[in-house]
Design a protein around this ligand. Structure first.
Ligand code: CA
Ligand code: CA
Length: 181
């Protein structure tokens, strides 16, 4: 009886802890790749721990150099297109000649599914007649375990849950005493 009670308390505690904590993958790859009028691929692989997860948000941040601003020859400026697992993410922010620019692609939730296998293949198609340097690629994934997304304000429901668990325990203890009598 005592052993199963302890097991029960431990399991409830683990469940509460796992549902409350949001986890994160924050992975930056250094690419330093000079590209000119071409396409190029790179892959980011990662491990969810534990395996059963819900993705809350994800983004890719690209630091690039020499993504040209519009000029007389190229009125639109340099257009470099990025894809993740075949889906279009968008184009790089233009920073000017030999200047760094940072582009953040926030993933549409439809893309979350293709992150669940623990890797994403990225692809860049660079502008015709233009070159750039891909410096770093940062993948940021915010996820939860236990198949539940934590509520926006999880400070309120937790004491209530603990109260319910606590009163359940008291009930069990009372039942135990009754049987002994
Ligand atoms: Ca994938
Ligand atoms: Ca350029």
């Amino acid at each position: 009886m005592k052993k199963s009670l302890i097991l029960c308390i431990t399991m409830v505690f683990l469940l509460l802890v796992s549902n409350a904590s949001a986890l994160e993958i924050d992975q930056t790859l250094t690419l330093n790749k000079d590209l000119y009028n071409t396409t190029w691929n790179w892959t980011q692989s990662f491990t969810f721990n534990p395996g059963l997860v819900t993705i809350n948000s994800a983004s890719l941040t690209i630091l690039a150099n020499d993504v040209n601003l519009p000029d007389t020859t190229f009125p639109l400026g340099e257009i470099d297109t990025i894809r993740g697992d075949g889906s279009l993410l968008g184009t790089l922010v233009q920073g000017g000649v030999l200047t760094d620019s940072t582009t953040v692609f926030n993933f549409n939730s439809l893309l979350f599914g293709s992150l669940l296998d623990g890797s994403m293949d990225f692809n860049i198609v660079t502008d015709v007649g233009r070159g750039l340097t891909l410096k770093t690629s940062r993948l940021l994934i915010d996820y939860s375990v236990g198949g539940e997304t934590p509520p926006p304000n999880n400070a309120v429901p937790e004491p209530m849950t603990l109260l319910l668990v606590g009163s359940g325990m008291l009930g069990l203890a009372g039942l135990k005493r009754k049987f002994r009598k």
